[in-house]
Design a protein around this ligand. Sequence first.
Ligand SMILES: *Cc1c(COP(=O)(O)O)cnc(C)c1O
Length: 390
Amino acid sequence: MSSHKPQKPATKTVTAGRKASLTGPVVNVPVWRASTHLYENVAELEAGKARNEDGRFFYGRRGSPTQWSLADALTAMEPGAHGTMLYPSGVAAIACALLSVLKAGDILLMTDNAYDPSRSLADGFLKRFGVETRYFDPRTTDYDALFCDRTRAILLESPGSLTFEMQDIPAICAAAKKRNVVTLLDNTWATSYFHTALDKGVDMAILSCTKYIVGHSDVMMGSVTTHDKLWTKLRQTAQQLGQTVSPDDAYLASRGLRTLSVRMKAHETSALHIARWLQTQANVATVFHPALPDCPGHDIWKRDFTGSSGLFSFIHTGDAATAAAFVDALQLFGIGYSWGGFESLALPVQPEKYRSVVAWDKPGTLIRLQIGLEDTDDLIADLGQAFNGS
Ligand SMILES: *Cc1c(COP(=O)(O)O)cnc(C)c1O
């Protein structure tokens, strides 16, 4: 049933990763639990050692058809990609992607709005192993000034997951390519469904699958998708570090992927509706959502992305205690980390703690919302009663 016509993203989320020869003639890939491959004889055992490719079961740590099916599906979502490695969390994916390209003496450039654990990896682990990290303003346009002879890699995140600055990914990647600098993008906010990364020039597209791919707040997982030039390095690093995900988790992530398109569209519509409502509220100073025309970076979002997800933030005009009382008063929104599941979440955030080069000194208190799949009338009623009470 394979077709040579390029499929639209929503079709890919449904069809990609199905391979009857590997997973059987069924819609959903079976959960293939296995550590040990039994060989017919010693010659077969010896022959197996030389093979390191998907489609040949070797040993559980290298995955089974359940994990390969998910990895293939994520690869298919990124035009120009050669393969995808899976990791037990998004943080493990970021760490292994960086470790597969960096060595002692290298300089890593990191956007100043990067996810906090990415910064802590750079400032702790990578520093101990001789890699220096330099942070840069996510909105810089002077790309050439970023690089020096020791620059080896650049970690991007667009939009940032607290303050939602957009980066000009194609321009940064073009500047990096001229200097042989590897570009890595944390693409968790949009996923490859709303933003394909490799065709914009990114070398490694990283996802915390824990968020939208899994979509049901019940599995931790990460992925890195790359082209043929970096594939072997990425794969070897993951294998040397013993990175593996369970077939049960891979199954749940595959199951999540099949409904990604409808969930993303629902998150998008509801989040935009609520973001626009918040803009009319007296206790709201600013809403940070790149799909709003008055939000900085909107032009980049419009040019490069095909949609927006359910995560954005706004400044509550009150101080930290007032904003905490507002969040505490919410009944439908849970208070908690993570996002990308079906449930709405709210959280006061303090970006000033995670900045090196661009200070965050806006008055008021930043609150991040993840808009889930509840009815927006109910969510707005909940936000309204919390504003009235705080
Ligand atoms: C959550 C998150 C991660 C890390 O993912 P985990 O699966 O929680 O380890 C990485 N990047 C961003 C932007 C995230 O929000």
